[in-house]
Design a binder for this molecule. Structure first.
Ligand code: ADP
Ligand code: MG
Length: 617
């Protein structure tokens, strides 16, 4: 063995760099954190070739003075840590995202980095720049630039080529960057953010007034529609109860309804003091809170943001600061579980029995009488008028009328007595009518059931698809004539890229020409469907929200899209047999009682309730 020699500074920096920047997304994360620490309200990120070729982050934050540039890019130099305090307390009670003073030095040691910065104010001198290429410094010089800071990183890992081999595809790196930006966006609703990929806008977020608005913009309306707000405050540690102003813990966010579940943890976002984290404590708490509600192997969608005094949490556990340690971990854990449980408990009512009560309440006497019973104003309704109104009202029941859209349609005329005896064995009863081409009214042994045909069908498709996927056998049916579907620019490519996945889910497509694709087969369980409309929706969804997300992992949304274009959507006239078939299928299918969004697919009213409505009880 050779003699022991100290490593050069350059090598030390490069070794350390391996921990901080493993991939382009880490560079973006560090640069975003610096911009946030500098108080920026607007940040623009531009990337090329998944950030491997070029990353540029510009902010309108404080900027740096000319004489600080050199220090900014040197190792272990930071403006964010009070050394005396840090040494005295042992824990880094930091209010900023950065504090280790190594990101810029690390990036500069493995890439070609340029930093241009300018202070605010009329009196401030112009912009200055500094460059670091593979650890070699190019001295400070005057440059052009607006107040704030721009950092450009080119040829990432050119100085450590071995690293390049570990990178995933450009697409995967882009997705990882988008994920970092999304997390920052969620942590700072008021921040204006723009992400451009190869010159094209990928994400453009104006400042939002509140968390809900930002969540809707970043994760989509579906997340908001399918989640409940979480808000809980607590004191830290009971042992400090004597202290008058015990520091406060605060948990805010949104918890997805148990029915809005996913195959992976993609939809889980956690923040501690506005710092995105992936901490075990949260995953554990989540499992505990959803234990009673969630199907095994599925994951809830949540966004939780915890604030607590900085001295209560140690963020210096991990070079990328993704993990944290809490001083009173048990308390934090129980706060998170408590907050989620409380929210879910409230949601449980919303999704189930309260609906029936609401429906009943709406029907109670005292509400405006039905239109057919309202008479010309002023004139008191005489018996005579009522009698005259009767035949007109009754005429609506002729069969001819039922053929017109917008009227009720009747199921196969089963004599009432027979219906009652048959219905005895059928929990959802026998279909008696369809109202507004959307609701099926069925007679049960002791009451009536109103089914939302669209919601019910969506759920059936979902459950069947899940079962078929588990058997690895989604039955497909060949279209008699393959259908050519014209799509908007780029959508065809997007779909064809996922052709294999689509085929596994029952939809077989082939390239046609330019912006068109050819559809050959569709999922058999859907029967006849509007192929073109469906495909356009799928393409749009892939383009906007589901980036990189496997379709199977977004199954409920996928099934929702499919069901939307099949023959049983809302506003579609059904025959008596079709209605009964739907009811029987619902009875056979597990979890058919709530739709994919946690709303009920049917409401039931007992005769006793109806009798109560009429004051018979
Ligand atoms: P850290 O953020 O941990 O302090 P960095 O290497 O990321 O370490 O940055 C070093 C220093 O450079 C920071 O402490 C800060 O003073 C300065 N700096 C970096 N980026 C910016 C920026 N975008 N705006 C203003 N100052 C910055
Ligand atoms: Mg930093």
């Amino acid at each position: 063995m050779s003699a022991i020699r100290p490593l050069s500074d350059e090598l030390i920096t490069r070794i350390a760099a391996g921990e901080v920047v493993e991939r382009p997304a880490h560079v973006v994360k560090e640069l975003l954190e610096n911009a946030l620490d500098a108080g920026a309200s607007h940040i623009e990120i531009r990337i090329q070739r998944g950030g491997i070729e070029r990353i540029s982050v510009s902010d309108n934050g404080s900027g740096m003075a000319k004489e600080d540039l050199r220090l900014a890019v040197s190792r272990h130099a930071t403006s964010k840590l009070d050394e005396a305090q840090a040494l005295a307390q042992g824990v880094f009670a930091v209010q900023t995202l950065g504090f280790r003073g190594e990101a810029l030095a690390a990036i500069g040691s493995v890439a070609k980095m340029q930093l241009i910065s300018r202070l605010h104010g009329k009196a401030a001198p112009g912009a200055h720049g500094i460059a670091v290429t593979g650890g070699k410094l190019v001295p400070v010089r005057a440059a052009a630039g607006a107040p704030g800071t721009q950092v450009v990183v080119e040829d990432l890992f050119f100085a450590t080529p071995a690293r390049l081999k570990f990178l995933k595809s450009e697409r995967a790196e882009t997705l990882a960057i988008a994920d970092v930006v999304r997390r920052v966006a969620l942590a700072h609703p008021g921040l204006s953010l723009m992400l451009l990929e190869d010159g094209k806008k990928r994400l453009h977020l104006p400042p939002h007034a509140n968390l809900a608005a930002r969540l809707g913009a970043v994760l989509g309306r579906r997340f908001l529609d399918n989640s409940v707000a979480v808000e809980l405050n607590a004191e830290t540690g009971a042992d400090e109860g004597a202290q008058k102003n015990a520091p406060r813990l605060r948990l805010v966010g949104y918890a997805g309804l148990p029915t809005f579940h996913h195959a992976n943890t993609y939809w889980q976002y956690f923040f501690v003091n506005a710092r995105p984290v992936r901490d075990r404590l949260f995953y554990g708490a989540l499992r505990a809170a959803y234990h009673d509600y969630l199907v095994a192997g599925r994951h809830a969608a949540v966004m939780l943001s915890l604030s607590l005094p900085p001295q209560e949490v140690d963020v210096n556990v991990h070079p990328t600061k993704a993990e944290v340690r809490f001083r009173s971990a048990a308390r934090v854990r129980s706060l998170v579980i408590g907050g989620l449980r409380q929210a879910l408990h409230a949601a449980g009512h919303r999704a189930t029995d309260r609906n029936a009560h609401r429906a009943l309440a709406a029907m109670r006497p005292g509400h405006a009488p039905p239109a057919a019973m309202q008479f010309a104003e002023g004139a008191p309704a005489s018996v005579q008028e009522l009698c005259e109104a009767q035949p007109r009202f009754g005429a609506a029941h002729s069969d001819a009328d039922f053929e017109q859209p917008g009227r009720a349609s009747l199921a196969a005329p089963t004599p009432d007595s027979k219906a009652q005896s048959v219905a005895r064995d059928l929990p959802l009863g026998l279909a008696r009518a369809q109202l507004h081409d959307t609701y099926i009214v069925a007679q049960t042994a002791d009451g009536l059931v109103i089914v939302d045909q669209h919601a019910a069908h969506e759920r059936l498709v979902y459950e069947q698809m899940k079962a078929a996927l588990a058997r690895k056998a989604v039955a497909r049916q060949m279209l008699l004539v393959p259908e050519v579907v014209e799509l908007a620019g780029g959508e065809a490519d997007l779909l064809l890229e996922r052709a294999e996945e689509l085929a596994a889910l029952g939809l077989v497509i082939e390239p046609f020409s330019g912006d068109a694709v050819l559809v050959r087969e569709t999922p058999a369980m859907l029967g006849e469907m509007d192929v073109a409309a469906c495909l356009r929706d799928v393409a749009a969804e892939l383009a906007s929200s589901g980036q990189g997300l496997a379709l199977k992992e977004n199954l409920d949304s996928w099934c929702g899209t499919l069901a939307c274009h099949s023959s049983i959507r809302a506003g579609k006239r059904l025959s008596g047999e079709q209605m009964d078939a739907l009811l029987r299928q619902m009875e056979r299918t597990p979890h058919a009682g709530q739709c994919n969004h946690g709303r009920p697919t049917y409401v039931e009213m007992k005769l006793a309730d109806i009798e109560r409505l009429f004051g018979r009880r």
